[in-house]
Write a protein that binds this ligand. Structure first.
Ligand code: SF4
Ligand code: SF4
Length: 188
């Protein structure tokens, strides 16, 4: 009995050391591999995946007028109740939004408003840099949804960039598809 116990003790000991060795090799593997941490936004910025849904924008027609006809479908379908539309009719009887506000602090960026819009007037772009310390700043009004630099034309596309912080110079990346940050995490 005593010999059996001694033998099983040896076996457990070897199993423990094998496990210990595996854990150490994993630790040292990470110690000497490329760091995963991205130094955003001080040194690097990257593009989100193409399917990413970010900041909303309101589109214009070929005359530069707002496409929205203030039907309020987007507000009705929004699961977070974070869109407010107040319509008005102009002299010709056409409807436009007098007030169009999205509370992006409550929005979950599901894209249902974009899907429901019959006029292709609202879309979600790729802009993700609009955080704020005050939630009231995250209520985005009609004019801002139309005016954001490049938003209506490009869908608020984000430009991937590397930043030279010594000279505060922004250097465009040579990676047009954006920075693939997954490549730092995936291991072959
Ligand atoms: S993306 Fe979704 S949650 Fe956000 S405003 Fe549109 S419908 Fe509402
Ligand atoms: S954005 Fe589209 S769905 Fe929303 S009120 Fe305007 S036209 Fe209607």
């Amino acid at each position: 009995m005593a010999r059996a116990l001694e033998k099983s003790g040896n076996w457990i000991g070897w199993a423990f050391f094998a496990d210990f060795g595996t854990a150490l090799s994993l630790t040292f593997g990470y110690m000497f591999s490329r760091p995963v941490t991205m130094q955003y936004p001080d040194k690097e910025k990257w593009l989100p995946y193409s399917r990413y849904r970010g900041h909303h924008f309101l589109t214009r027609d070929e005359k530069g007028e707002i496409k929205c006809v203030a039907c309020e479908l987007c507000a009705k379908i929004c699961p977070c109740d974070c869109i407010e539309v107040v319509p008005y009719e102009d002299a010709t009887g056409a409807r436009h939004p007098k007030v169009f506000e999205i509370d992006t602090a409550r929005c979950l960026f599901c894209g249902l408003c974009e899907d429901a819009c019959p006029a292709d007037a609202i879309a979600l772009g790729q802009q993700y840099e609009f955080s704020s310390y005050a939630s009231r700043d995250l209520v985005i009004g009609r004019d801002e949804l139309m005016r954001k630099p490049g938003k209506a034309e490009t869908g608020g596309g984000v430009v991937g960039a590397r930043l030279d912080t010594r000279d505060a110079v922004r250097v465009e990346t040579d990676e047009p598809a954006g920075y693939d940050w997954w490549r730092n995490i995936r291991r072959s």
